[in-house]
Ligand binder design. Structure first.
Ligand code: AMP
Ligand code: MG
Length: 269
């Protein structure tokens, strides 16, 4: 089991996870960046194989507080990967159409098909995070969702989906620095949302909600990883390492070519 993986049923406290950690798998930034590049090349080849084989489905779920680095992670991990066969699904405040259905309706529609990798930028976990923190539904409603989610993800994995879930863990101090950057740097200003300041005031409530979600929904088939995310280079390194090593274990092979393929060469004259 990976060191940052949450064991099924294990009580954890996020306080015990250091967002500044860079030491577990790598000591030095330069070395980590080099290794990340190597993993990236490997992932590009694995994705080509996954797409050709059309057998496995891969779902990567990213959750974080505002400024946690979800967008940056997607950019870093998937640069160079063939866009045909990779897709990002972002989940925002539900539309009236979406809110009229059960909360998993919009999620299920975006899950990967065979040969595809899908990255969830936020996910059904918002329905036990923001929804819980803001009491958008009564407690007795969101309490039942952990079990729904476990069963939903079990259905997906039983049907051939590999699921990896990453919580990008930043500190409250780091969030402040990132918000200041969004205010000061003109290319980043579009990302600044005054509402994020209000959400920040609810930091402790969010940590409690995250803790419960991680404890209740990390399973062997759909594990959660808590990623130290204050340092982008370490975050990228750890995530791409876990993704690449997991996809590699699928033992994929290219589909068999037509029989006597070489004979067709002469027909091309
Ligand atoms: P962003 O990812 O910064 O574009 O923001 C999307 C916003 O949508 C975040 O504030 C989320 O908390 C919010 N959001 C996503 N899913 C839900 C949901 N199911 N219910 C309420 N708010 C949501
Ligand atoms: Mg935002």
């Amino acid at each position: 089991m990976h060191a940052y993986q949450i064991q099924k049923g294990k009580k954890i406290s996020l306080i015990d996870f250091d967002p500044n950690d860079t030491k577990l798998w790598q000591l030095d930034k330069k070395e980590a960046k080099k290794t990340t590049k190597g993993f990236r090349e490997e992932l590009i080849n694995l994705q080509r194989l996954l797409y050709a084989e059309q057998k496995h489905k891969v779902l990567i779920i990213l959750q974080a507080m505002d400024g946690g680095g979800k967008d940056g992670t997607i950019r870093s991990i998937f640069q160079g990967v063939n866009p045909q066969g990779v897709r990002v699904a972002s989940f925002k405040v539900p539309t009236p159409e979406e809110i009229g259905h059960d909360y998993l309706w919009r999620i299920h529609k975006q899950t990967p098909k065979s040969g595809e990798i899908v990255i969830f930028n936020r996910s059904h976990y918002e329905d036990v995070l923001v929804v819980r923190v803001h009491q958008l539904v009564p407690e007795k409603t969101w309490r039942k969702r952990y079990e729904h989610i476990r069963n939903f993800e079990r259905t997906l994995t039983d049907e051939g989906t590999t699921i990896l879930k990453f919580f990008l863990h930043i500190s409250k101090e780091e969030q402040k620095e990132r918000f200041v950057e969004r205010i000061e740097i003109s290319e980043k200003q579009w990302k600044f949302n005054p509402k994020d300041i209000d959400e920040r005031k609810l930091w402790d409530d969010y940590m409690q909600a995250y803790e419960d979600a991680l404890i209740r929904t990390s399973t062997a088939h759909a594990p959660w990883y808590v990623i130290p995310a204050n340092r982008n280079w370490y975050r990228d390194y750890v995530i791409i390492k876990i993704i690449t090593e997991t996809v590699k274990k699928l033992k994929m092979t290219y589909p068999k070519p037509v029989e006597n393929i070489k004979q067709y060469k002469s027909l091309l004259k």
